[in-house]
Design a protein around this ligand. Structure first.
Ligand code: GDP
Ligand code: MG
Length: 164
């Protein structure tokens, strides 16, 4: 049985960008507006000899603000059900939002392994202080990354496969 790793987070934190950088192609559509990715995307990948299936959960993103809360919970729930490890992606430029807290609440209710990835830490020296507030979401492992600049993605993957 292969492990499944799901990238979960509110719209626009950079899930599809990270997914694309990790799998090394452009399967997932990246756009500025939330709700652009239509379907969940699954790709097999390998890191340090461990094979797993990576999931971009963006396909379950809400199309309108009205349904955002309900949908984000549903998205996180679906990912929780099928994932062995969850990459909980947040936006280090935006800080913690109410939707991040909603996702965290859903994730905490289940006994799933979670790595918090604080995205958009584009310049580590400059932006690293933005990472620390995310410990407040209540998960032990918090790693600053930049999907766009491919920064610290190796550390993120190490943390993920160590949880298998
Ligand atoms: P998703 O809705 O979570 O799938 O987010 P997307 O991957 O579609 O990205 C949303 C926006 O964030 C896009 O404008 C991306 O270019 C931008 N973005 C993604 N990763 C990074 C990053 O590491 N740094 C910065 N500065 N922007 C990023
Ligand atoms: Mg997306």
């Amino acid at each position: 049985m292969k492990y499944t790793v799901a990238i979960v987070g509110r719209p626009n934190v950079g899930k599809s960008t990270l997914f694309n950088k990790l799998v090394g192609d452009r399967l997932s559509i990246v756009k500025d507006e939330p709700g652009v990715t239509r379907d969940r995307l699954y790709r097999e990948m390998e890191w340090s000899g461990k094979e797993f299936i990576l999931v971009d959960t963006g396909g379950l993103e809400p199309r309108t603000e009205d349904f955002m809360m309900a949908k984000i919970k549903q998205q996180a729930q679906v990912a929780i059900d099928e994932a062995d490890v969850i990459i909980f992606l947040v936006d280090g430029k935006a800080g913690i939002t109410g939707l991040d807290e909603d996702v965290a609440t859903v994730l905490r209710k289940q006994d799933k392994k979670v790595v918090v990835a604080v995205n958009k830490i584009d310049n580590y020296m400059r932006d690293q202080e933005n990472i620390f507030e995310f410990y407040g979401l209540g998960f032990e492992e918090v790693i600053g990354i930049s999907g766009e600049h491919k920064t610290n993605l190796g550390d993120l993957l190490d943390a993920v496969i160590n949880k298998f």
